[in-house]
Design a protein around this ligand. Structure first.
Ligand code: ADP
Length: 222
């Protein structure tokens, strides 16, 4: 369903969100106080408007009240981010996503009432770090401070073995949720007898301590 979304702050993060939402077919109002940004995004979103998001009257005049999602993607200027979040919260926006520069900034945004806080730099840093440790790790997504999802290419010790033989759950305490084969097929309900083939990509969920042990085992494999 087409949604009315507003993105405030067209830095690298906000700009990418605005473009992607528009490409997905949503209606996107993009706001930035920098004129160059507005020109850059004019053809990439539904409407790009130069405005100061810390000015309540301006935001009201843009009809922001009727939007279903507002993304506050101002990072550097923490004061502006907090003020914009407060203003859209008071407007009664149902879904506010705010980008935080650090934990403290995130806590403030949470207290103000942002519905979702994102930490793009921190999360990307963690994902890249896991991939650096071992190139067969494709992605690492934190679900909570304790649990994560790991996407990895099967390493030698797994190839030709079944999930039962590898006994990943008992040996490592993690659960394989999906297996993507070389031919593009995705098995979203792997069974104990399913054999892991060379080039298979596995998606596993587990406690981050267990995932770290498992990553170490994979790194030793080569
Ligand atoms: P990133 O790290 O994702 O590039 P930045 O914090 O550097 O994020 O960029 C934020 C964007 O928000 C910039 O384009 C900046 O012009 C814009 N911005 C900052 N303060 C305001 C404000 N008060 N009103 C509107 N836009 C703002």
């Amino acid at each position: 369903m087409k949604k009315q979304c507003a993105v405030i702050g067209l830095g690298r993060f906000g700009g990418s969100i605005a473009k992607t939402l528009y490409e997905m077919g949503h209606e996107v109002l993009a706001i930035d106080n920098n004129e160059d940004k507005i020109q850059e995004y004019a053809d990439l979103v539904t409407q790009a408007v130069q405005a100061d998001s810390t000015d309540e009257k301006t935001l009201r005049s843009l009809g922001l009240r009727n939007f279903s999602v507002v993304v506050i993607a101002i990072g550097q200027d923490i004061q502006a981010s907090i003020m914009a979040t407060l203003i859209v919260k008071e407007m009664g926006i149902g879904h506010i996503v705010a980008k935080a520069q650090n934990e403290l900034h995130g806590k403030v945004l949470d207290k103000i009432g942002a519905h979702k806080i994102v930490y793009p730099e921190r999360d990307m840093g963690s994902r890249v770090a896991h991939n650096l440790l071992s190139p067969n790790i494709l992605d690492y997504i934190e679900l909570s401070p304790d649990y994560s999802i790991l996407e990895f290419v099967a390493v030698q010790f797994m190839i030709g073995k079944s999930i039962k033989e590898l006994n990943i759950r008992a040996n490592y305490g993690i659960n394989v949720m999906a297996i993507k084969s070389n031919n593009g097929k995705i098995n979203v309900a792997p069974m104990a007898d399913d054999i892991i083939m060379e080039g298979d990509v596995l998606v596993a969920v587990g406690h981050k301590d267990d995932l770290h042990v498992f990553e170490g085992r994979m790194a030793d494999d080569k």
